[in-house]
Design a binder for this molecule. Structure first.
Ligand SMILES: [Zn+2]
Length: 239
């Protein structure tokens, strides 16, 4: 059966909530609770894979208890170089997530885009981000979310050589659509996403899914032509 990977960042009611508020990717506790309830009430809740990127402290202060309360699991892709910075997860928080049965994945050391790095830097980034998390949790780390969702054949080859099995990007859609099994599609959950639209995206049905794919396709061309720095500014203007 197809699996939907949902990409979250932080749970923030407003700018004074613990962690780093993001006007696009932070969602409120209330909305997150409703989305979790929707997932928990499905016939097969584990077909909806909840993931968090970056390692914001709200992953442990807000998201973890809400997941545990409903018996749900999630994968936390943590940028290893951000650990112990203000507003981000501390080492003890990362351990607490792992001890609670959550899956820990890598999200780079620096959060730099892998495809912009020379091969030596890329290898160091892939290796070090994994090693830091394995040292903290005592568990093997075999999944990675690409910073900015960016990567191609070179990044995949290097990641597999480094011991990763799954690479998560930000191409929207269910898993079965992807011709390369090592790449995982994901749906970005944004602050303004209402309940009906969330359900449509998670079920990958109707105009919401159609528009998500179209928007991603429309951004792929400028991404190639503009390079990552200018693309980031264009994308910011569009979200
Ligand atoms: Zn990120």
């Amino acid at each position: 059966m197809r699996r939907m990977h949902l990409m979250y960042h932080g749970i923030h009611d407003g700018t004074s909530s613990p962690g780093h508020f993001d006007p696009v990717y932070s969602i409120t506790r209330q909305r997150f609770a409703r989305q979790l309830d929707w997932i928990a009430n499905r016939e097969h809740p584990n077909l909806f894979h909840i993931t968090f990127d970056d390692g914001d402290v709200s992953n442990v202060t807000a998201a973890l208890p809400m997941l545990v309360e409903r018996g749900l699991h999630a994968t936390f892709f943590i940028t290893s170089g951000f650990i112990d910075r203000p507003g981000m997860l501390r080492r003890s928080n990362v351990r607490a997530l792992a001890d609670a049965g959550m899956h820990i994945g890598a999200h780079g050391m620096s959060h730099g885009f892998l495809e912009d790095m020379d091969v030596e830097t890329l290898r160091r980034e892939l290796h070090d981000s994994k090693a830091v998390l394995e040292d903290i949790t005592g568990n093997a780390v075999d999944a990675m979310a690409l910073p900015g969702g960016r990567g191609g054949a070179r990044e995949l080859d290097e990641a597999l050589a480094c011991g990763y099995r799954d690479l998560y990007g930000s191409r929207p859609g269910p898993d079965e659509d992807d011709p390369q099994p090592r790449w995982r599609n994901r749906i970005a959950i944004t602050r303004e996403l209402g309940d009906a639209k969330f359900a449509a995206l998670a079920n990958w049905s109707g105009p919401a899914a159609h528009w998500a794919r179209l928007r991603h396709g429309a951004l792929a061309v400028p991404k190639r032509m503009l390079g990552n720095a200018r693309y980031q500014r264009l994308r910011a203007a569009l979200t």
